[in-house]
Each structure stands twice: as C-alpha cells, then as structure tokens.
Design a protein around this ligand. Structure first.
Ligand SMILES: [Zn+2]
Length: 195
C-alpha cells in the first residue's frame, strides 16, 4: 500500500529532531492549509542548501566553498587547533575574541544512548588534520556534559598516542553546559586556563 503525499510529508517532518507525530501533523496541516507560500519557500531552501552546502575540507564545518572563511584566513594561528562539537560552539568561541587559532568541528558528540558513536562524527578526519605538521596543540572544547567529556576523553587518547599535545578547556565552565549557552568571559577564562 503506497503512502499518500500527505503521509509522506508528515513522515519526513517527524524525522526531524524533537518533532513528534502530532507536531509533524500540525506542521503539515499548517503549511498546506494556511501558508502554501512558506511551504514552497521551505522546499526551495532545502533544495538549495542540499546542493550548495557541504563540509569544509579542513575543519569539517558547513561551508559553500572548498574551505570555510576561518580556514581560508591566513591571519589565523595554524599551530592551534580547537575541537568543538558544533558551528554554534565555534561561534561562541569566536565571540570571545580571545582565540586566534583554527578549529575542527565534530558536528556532534558521542552519545551511546542515541546510538551516536565516535565513528559517526567527523573524528576520523581530526587525527589526520592534527598531524599536518603545523599543529602544535589540540584544544578539546567539547561541552561539559557527560557525552562531551566522554568524547574529549576518547579523542585525547587517540591524539596523544600520536604524540600530539592535547589540552582541555578549564573547568570554569559549569558542568552539564553546552558551550553555546555559556557567557563569553567564562569561555575566555576557560580557554586561558586550559591544561
Ligand atoms: Zn574550515
């Protein structure tokens, strides 16, 4: 029995994180009944993003070029590589204005309960990236949640075994915190006090 177009739409919306079946139905009905123009724009935006956006060849974040703007910036200190979970965390560090090195964006963190293993993240490229001969220090700035700590622990083992200097943001950041929601001076301190 084949699905109707409406059922297919509801299923697709239901696959988004945090969207239950009821919410997916509400979104579909809203778009089709009240805002067909927004629905068309959403379809075009998705199509455009899927075509244009891919991973930066150096740091794995989303970008539309071969390299993202940060990796393309010659003024950055290529001896420091800061590992973050998401582009939002990277943006939080950038806003402090106190970090001038480069980044590696994992696009997530290990989460055994949700079935996310280290191998599902951009972590494989990290070791290769860190061994470019220029990087002198890898700063682990994953979140201070249980999953973020576990991710940092496993990454540190892998990087240290290859002779790389690895540091972790200091513990000024409250336990359980997503970096993106922590205030800037706290992040800046955690960065300066890393060990
Ligand atoms: Zn990049």
């Amino acid at each position: 029995m084949s699905q109707t177009a409406l059922e297919t739409l509801i299923d697709a919306l239901h696959r988004l994180p945090g969207v239950g079946v009821k919410s997916a139905q509400r979104m579909a009905f809203h778009l089709l009944q009240h805002d067909r123009q927004a629905a068309a724009e959403l379809a075009r935006a998705l199509d455009g993003a899927l075509t244009a956006v891919h991973h930066c060849a150096r740091c794995y974040t989303f970008t539309e070029g071969e390299l993202c703007p940060v990796c393309s910036d010659d003024a950055r200190d290529a001896r420091q590589l800061c590992v973050v979970e998401t582009p939002a965390d990277q943006a939080a560090l950038e806003r402090t204005g106190s970090y001038h090195g480069l980044y590696y964006v994992l696009m997530g963190r290990m989460s055994p309960l949700d079935g996310v293993a280290l191998s599902d993240l951009g972590s494989q490229g990290l070791v290769q990236r860190a061994l470019d001969g220029v990087v002198e220090e890898v700063i682990l700035a994953t979140s201070f949640t249980a999953e973020g700590e576990a991710t940092a622990h496993v990454l540190a083992q892998g990087l240290k075994s290859r002779g790389l200097k690895v540091t972790r943001l200091a513990r000024g950041v409250p336990a359980g915190s997503e970096l993106e929601y922590v205030d800037l001076s706290t992040i800046a301190h955690a960065l300066n006090d890393r060990r």
